[in-house]
Design a protein around this ligand. Structure first.
Ligand code: GLU
Length: 509
C-alpha cells in the first residue's frame, strides 16, 4: 500500500503482532520521545505539536515515550511535568506512562528486557560485540585525537577479539559495554522534510556503544527497538537527529526489522538565529503556565515562525492549526521565534477567550482563584469578575495583569485622605456629589461613551476646578491612583453601588 506524504510516495508497512504489541494495528503511529532530563520547553512543545497534528490529521495515534535511560541526567519530577504540560497545552497523548496503552511500558527504564533481547540477537549474529576497553584507554585515545586536531573516535579495537579472548575476559568478570559494528557503506534514505540524505557514518565515527556498562541501552538502540516494538510508523523529531538516522537504519537492517519513515523538523531558534536559551528559564512551558499564559498563545507563536502551515498569521487555534497543517510544506529553514511578539499574541488570544462564553467562564473561575489567593479574606462575585473581563477585553495581555497594583482598586477599596482631596480642589465634596447624581440618573447599562460625555459636560460647569483636576481627584477617590484607566471606565468597572460608596469619601469632606 502507498500513502502520499511529504515529497515521496511512502510505502506503509503493515506489521503483524509482535509479542509485546497485539493491539489493533493502526496505520499512523507517531511518538514524542523526550528525555526527562529537564522540563518541557518551547522547542519540545513544537515537536510534540507536530507529532500530535500529524497523528490527528491521519486518524492515527500520538504516543508519549519517556527516554529515561541516561540515569545520571534525570531531573526528578520532570517526567510527570512533561505529560502535565502536554495536557495543559491541549495536545494530550493517546498512549503514555500516565494513560497506558497496549504497547507499554512507555518509560524506557522499564523496557530493559526488549533492549537486552535485541542486543543478544546482534551479538549472536556478529553485528555487535563486547568492548572491554577501559575508560582510561578511551580517554587517552580522545586526548591524542584532540592533540592532533582530529575528531575523537573509537578505534574499534575490540571488534577483533576472538571468542576465546572474550570468554576469558568474561570469566574474569571484566566490565564491558556492547558496541554495534558499523558496516562500511551506508544506505541513503528519503527524509520527508530534508529529502534524500546520505551519511557514511563508518567513515567518520567509531563503532557506537549500544548497551552501557550499567545494563542500560544508549539512545540509538533504545529508540530503534521502541519505535519498532511500538509500531511507530513515522518518526517526526528534531533536525539534530538527522545525522544519527543512518546509524538507526543500520540497526534496523541488522535486526531485520522494517524502519519507520523519517521526517526531521527544523530547529526552533531565537530570532537572531542563536540557540533557544534555557538559561533565563523563560522558554519553559511551566514558566508560561505560572504566569497565566493561555495554551493557544503558545501554540500559535511556536507555529508562526516557520513552515507546515499556510503562512504566518496571528490568532490561530488548535482546530485551525490542524486544518492547515501539512508536513509536505515544512521547509528545512530553521524556525525563528520572535518572543518580542508575545504580547500581541497574548492580547489576541485572551480577547478571543473573553468573547467565548465557555472560555470566559473558565477565565472567571481562574481569576476568582487567583484573587482568592491574593486577597485572602475577600470574596469576589463571578458576575463582577465577568464584567471586569468584558470591559478590559482588548487591553489585557494576561489574566494576571489584573492582579497588578494598577488594578488593585478593582478588588479592594483604596484609603484616600481627605486632605489629599482638599489639596486638589476646594470643591471636592461638590464633585463627589455631582458624580453620585450622574450615576443615580444613568441607565444601568450606560455605555462608556455616554458616561464619559455626561461627566465632561457636567464637570466643565464647575467654577473653581479645572476639568482635568476633577478627573485627577475622581481617579484618586475611586482607585487611590494618580494615573490609570479613564474615570468613566473605573465607574463602569466598579458599578454604581461601589462607586457611590467611594465617591462619598469625597462628598463627606
Ligand atoms: N530522547 C530524544 C530527545 O530528547 C528523542 C529523539 C527522537 O525523537 O528520536 O531529543
Amino acid at each position: 500500500m502507498k500513502l502520499l506524504l511529504g515529497r515521496v510516495l511512502l510505502p506503509v508497512v503493515r506489521r503483524g503482532s509482535r509479542g509485546c504489541t497485539g493491539g489493533p494495528q493502526k496505520e499512523v503511529r507517531v511518538r514524542f520521545a523526550p528525555s526527562p532530563t529537564g522540563f518541557l520547553h518551547l522547542g519540545g512543545l513544537r515537536t510534540a505539536l507536530y507529532n500530535y497534528l500529524f497523528a490527528k490529521k491521519h486518524g492515527g495515534v500520538f504516543i508519549l515515550r519517556l527516554e529515561d535511560t541516561d540515569r545520571s541526567r534525570l531531573v526528578p519530577g520532570s517526567a510527570e511535568r512533561i505529560e502535565d504540560m502536554l495536557e495543559w497545552a491541549g495536545i494530550p497523548p493517546d498512549e503514555s506512562p500516565r494513560r497506558g496503552g497496549l504497547y507499554g511500558p512507555y518509560e524506557q527504564s522499564r523496557r530493559l528486557n526488549f533492549y537486552h533481547e535485541a542486543v543478544q540477537t546482534l551479538l549472536e549474529s556478529g553485528a555487535a560485540y563486547r568492548c572491554f576497553c577501559t575508560q582510561q584507554r578511551l580517554e587517552l585515545m580522545k586526548k591524542e585525537a584532540l592533540r592532533s586536531r582530529e575528531t575523537p573516535r573509537y578505534d574499534n579495537r575490540c571488534r577483533h577479539l576472538t571468542s576465546s579472548q572474550v570468554q576469558e575476559k568474561l570469566a574474569k568478570n571484566l566490565p564491558f559495554v556492547v558496541r554495534f559494528q558499523l558496516p562500511s557503506g551506508a544506505p541513503s534514505f528519503q527524509d520527508l522534510v530534508y529529502g534524500r540524505t546520505h551519511h557514511n557514518v563508518a567513515s567518520v565515527e567509531g563503532d557506537p556503544v549500544i548497551l552501557k556498562g550499567d545494563g542500560f541501552p544508549t539512545y540509538h538502540l533504545a529508540n530503534v527497538v521502541d519505535d519498532y516494538k511500538m509500531d511507530v510508523s513515522h518518526v517526526l523529531r528534531g533536525e539534530e537527529w538527522l545525522i544519527s538516522t543512518t546509524k538507526h537504519l543500520l540497526l534496523y537492517q541488522a535486526l531485520g526489522w522494517p524502519p519507520p519513515a523519517y521526517a526531521h523538523l527544523p530547529l526552533l531558534l531565537n530570532k537572531d538565529g542563536s540557540k533557544l536559551s534555557k538559561r533565563q528559564g523563560d522558554i519553559y512551558i511551566q514558566h508560561f503556565v505560572q504566569r497565566g499564559f493561555l495554551p493557544d498563545t503558545l501554540l500559535d507563536i511556536i507555529t508562526n515562525c516557520g513552515s507546515g502551515f499556510s503562512g504566518n498569521q496571528v490568532g490561530r487555534t488548535l482546530p485551525e492549526l490542524l486544518r492547515q497543517f501539512n508536513l509536505r510544506s515544512t521547509s528545512t529553514h530553521s524556525a525563528l521565534l520572535d518572543l518580542d511578539k508575545l504580547p500581541e499574541f497574548c492580547k489576541v488570544h485572551l480577547s478571543r477567550w473573553i468573547e467565548g462564553a465557555d472560555t470566559r467562564a473558565q477565565l472567571v473561575e481562574q481569576l476568582q482563584t487567583l484573587l482568592q489567593e491574593k486577597y485572602k479574606d475577600v470574596t469576589f462575585d463571578k458576575t463582577y469578575i465577568e464584567r471586569i473581563l468584558m470591559l478590559r477585553k482588548g487591553h489585557l495581555h494576561l489574566l494576571t495583569d489584573l492582579l497588578s497594583p494598577d488594578f488593585s482598586y478593582l478588588w479592594i477599596r483604596p484609603s484616600v485622605q481627605q486632605e489629599e482631596l482638599q489639596r486638589l480642589s476646594s470643591e471636592a465634596a461638590e464633585i463627589g456629589s455631582l458624580v453620585v447624581r450622574i450615576l443615580q440618573n444613568s441607565h444601568k447599562d450606560t455605555s462608556l461613551e455616554l458616561l464619559s460625555k455626561e461627566l465632561k459636560s457636567q464637570l466643565q460647569l464647575l467654577k473653581a476646578t479645572k476639568y482635568s483636576t476633577s478627573m485627577k481627584l475622581l481617579r484618586l477617590v475611586l482607585s487611590g491612583l494618580e494615573t490609570g484607566p479613564s474615570v468613566a471606565e473605573m465607574l463602569l468597572s466598579l458599578g454604581p453601588e461601589e462607586s457611590i460608596i467611594r465617591l462619598q469619601t469625597a462628598s463627606s469632606g
